[in-house]
Design a protein around this ligand. Structure first.
Ligand code: SAH
Ligand code: SF4
Length: 378
């Protein structure tokens, strides 16, 4: 924790359209003001009321007294040799999370975090060694993408094919479906065509398998979905991903079958990390194909990204190729994803920030002092 702010003005970032409208109505303004403001905040990327020139000057001044448009601060940037950038973003209470920019030739993805730390303790994941500090708010989640837009100079939202930041992957720190409302609101804001304009097909949310929230997410948001599978027997998945004890494989796959909008044209991605001698045998590949047989599925094979003290080794290139080929022969598309940003610990499962969980007594004192009002997950 390095910096806190005591700005008591209401932050407009992260309010949904309806919430923004209600806020302005309570402020005595007509609904069309909300539309104008939305355009400034999410299409123009403006944070300074003084420059919102379609609003009358006295109104701009009045708004600046009561409101602000927050933005996570880009506190540190690390660049990988492959062009990937890892950004440490700092929120107003001083907590930090990581956002990763993965540029490609004609597109670019921003990998965003949904929690500082994670409550789950998947054995292969570095983030899982950092206790949950707190959930991020909708503004802090969508704000990471907007900070990326700031860094790439991509305002106002380009409407032609020239965008550098085309996709969002919700695959950073944290389990998104354990922070449901904030993630839902952030995604609805990102998808709004009069703002950031990232269509649902260009957003992929990855979950470790929070079964009870999957249908609701499909009904209310319906972006593409990815499942961190990594094992095809309950015994092994229980060991690698403790959430499996609560929501075992059969239930998880049933929830995938029921995911609204999943179809052969819109497949669910199953992420499968290849760990040497653990889940990379021919029998594992056959069981994987059998389990996914009736599902609109594709598999992403992930090479294991190691981190200090992890205790696992990646499968060899030869084993990965064999695994991928066998799945192909069994009718499943299963490309091997090349890891990005490994040299700066920005690859999948390598993210971790220095933010520590603080003792409850300190949290309480800080909350009472009104420094932050985000909900803290239990
Ligand atoms: N909590 C969510 C999203 C973040 S993790 C989830 O678990 O799905 C993003 C992806 O990286 C997940 O598929 C996760 O299983 C994978 N991952 C975690 N640790 C990894 C590692 N060390 N190497 C490669 N991938 C890893
Ligand atoms: Fe949390 Fe996902 Fe890492 Fe598991 S893999 S510890 S759910 S971030």
């Amino acid at each position: 924790m390095t910096q806190t702010t005591t700005d008591s003005r209401t932050d407009l970032l992260g309010l949904t359209r309806d919430q923004l409208q209600a806020e302005l109505q309570a402020f005595g303004e007509k609904p069309f003001r909300a539309k104008q403001l939305w355009h400034w905040i999410y299409h123009q990327g403006e944070t300074d009321f003084g420059r919102m020139t379609t609003l009358a000057k006295p109104l701009r001044e009045r708004m600046a007294e009561h409101y602000r448009v927050g933005r996570p601060i880009l506190a540190r940037e690390q660049k990988s040799a492959d062009g990937t950038a890892k950004w440490l973003v700092r929120f107003e209470d001083g907590n930090e999370a990581e956002t990763v920019h993965i540029p490609e030739e004609d597109r670019g993805a921003v990998c965003i975090s949904t929690q500082v730390g994670c409550t789950l303790t998947c054995r292969f994941c570095h983030t899982g060694t950092q206790l949950l500090v707190r959930n991020l708010s909708a503004g802090e989640i969508v704000g990471q993408f907007m900070t990326a837009r700031d860094a790439c100079g991509e305002w106002p939202t380009p409407n032609d094919g020239s965008r550098k930041l085309t996709n969002i992957v919700v695959m950073g720190m944290g389990e998104p479906l354990f922070n449901y409302e904030a993630v839902r609101d952030a995604m609805l804001i990102a998808m709004d065509s009069e703002g950031l304009g990232i269509s649902r097909r260009r957003i992929t949310l990855s979950t470790s398998g929070v079964v009870p929230m999957m249908r609701r997410y499909g009904e209310e948001v319906n972006t593409d979905l990815a499942i961190s599978l990594h094992a095809v027997t309950d015994d092994l998945r229980d060991e690698l991903m403790p959430i499996n004890k609560k929501y075992p494989l059969d239930e998880l796959l049933r929830a995938c079958r029921d995911y609204p909008g999943a179809s052969n044209a819109r497949r669910i991605t199953f992420e499968y990390l290849l760990l040497k001698g653990i889940n990379d045998s021919e029998a594992d590949a056959r069981e994987l194909a059998r389990r996914l047989k009736d599902l609109p599925a594709k598999v992403n094979l992930l090479p294991f990204n190691s981190w200090p003290g992890c205790g696992y080794e990646p499968s060899s290139a030869h084993t990965m190729k064999k695994f991928s080929n066998l799945l192909n022969d069994l009718g499943l598309s299963a490309p091997i994803r090349s890891p990005r940003g490994r040299d700066i610990m920005a690859a999948c499962g390598q993210l971790k920030s220095e933010s520590q969980r603080e003792p409850k007594s300190r949290q309480r004192a800080r909350l009472e002092a009104g420094i932050v009002d985000d909900s803290h997950a239990s």
